[in-house]
Design a protein around this ligand. Sequence first.
Ligand code: SF4
Length: 420
Amino acid sequence: MSVAALPLPESRPVLRERGQREVFCGLTGIVWLHRKIQDAFFLVVGSRTCAHLLQSAAGVMVFAEPRFATAIIEERDLAGLADANEELDKVVNRLLLRRPEIRQLFLVGSCPSEVIKIDLKRAAERMNAIHAPRVRVLNYSGSGIETTFTQGEDACLAALVPEMPADDAEQLLIVGALPDVVEDQFLRLFAELGIANVKVLPARRSTHLPGVGKGTRFLLAQPFLGDTGQALEGRGARHLPALFPFGAEGTTAWLEAAATAFGVDPMHFRSVVAPGRERAKRAIARQAEVLRGKSIFFMPDSQLEVPLARFLHDELGMELVEVGTPYLHKSHLAAELKALPADVQLSEGQDVDLQLDRVRAARPDLTVCGLGLANPLEQEGLATKWAIELVFTPVHGFDQAGDLAELFARPLVRRDRLVL
Ligand code: SF4
């Protein structure tokens, strides 16, 4: 059994599990990243399995010229590696010739042993020597050995940080890929607050990559950006600790962290956020009728678990049985952890059988889990919510707070209807 209790700074125990995992790999992030960075292309250097994962996760792309692909590397010995590099160069040359609109190319590593042997960093340098400055070539890993699900975005953004031009001007940087509509809402709010120089990472176009330096203060929009945060701090930027912008309270606290840092008058802050905050509260109240008093169990999946648990407990009155997360970033989650009730079981990592045993023993009203676990649990009479929906649906900010709550209410409403 691979379980050990770790103390958090405030001596909250964490169950640490290092067993079998049931989580998507970091390649999944390409599904939302390719939509966000509109002139980027993601070339997965991988196997047929990687190609199948992307095809099924991102099947919607049949309607558009795709901006991702898989260069399939067949098994080969070390002597065949020179050929593999040559083939990769040829694939990239053909791609860039055929698609002149591509400005940013990510070579994305995966886990098959024949791929691990290829040095993608050197491959990116080799290609940059040919294609820069028209195209910037970078590499990161989406391998299932190194990354879970949302960590692919962290790896991608961390790879962008060294490319950001040095700039010590005062600015607020929002970090994390948000749907454009949500990003625009936040940009409008910051403008109304009077914070003038606001940039986002990743930018919608790679030619708009923001600068970074001593005057940069950054707000994380996602809780899974540990490496990116560290890389930004390495460039002189300062993190603004805050709750994450989920629900009325989380969004208010997140905006307030920036407002305080940039000297916004508190009265002005309250008047700017009041309408959105009230809208969010009204929308949440409708879902609270379904969710109040219901118990919820989070299997580790997206790293969104801790902030979502705080939102569901504080604003919807749900009871938290266990909050599992693949990785617990204690400093980025410090405010969130303080806001959780003292008796909730936290777990980091996964040992899927042990965790399923705990789900079955607790029989929560709702279990948040990966696709592969949902069907068996439903068959056992347990209501589930697919964690992946929480990543693919706009859920941040005041105007999405009601939709976020509804994502959790819907399976319970459906179950009640089926039982009636
Ligand atoms: S990167 Fe690894 S885990 Fe992900 S699809 Fe490819 S082979 Fe599977």
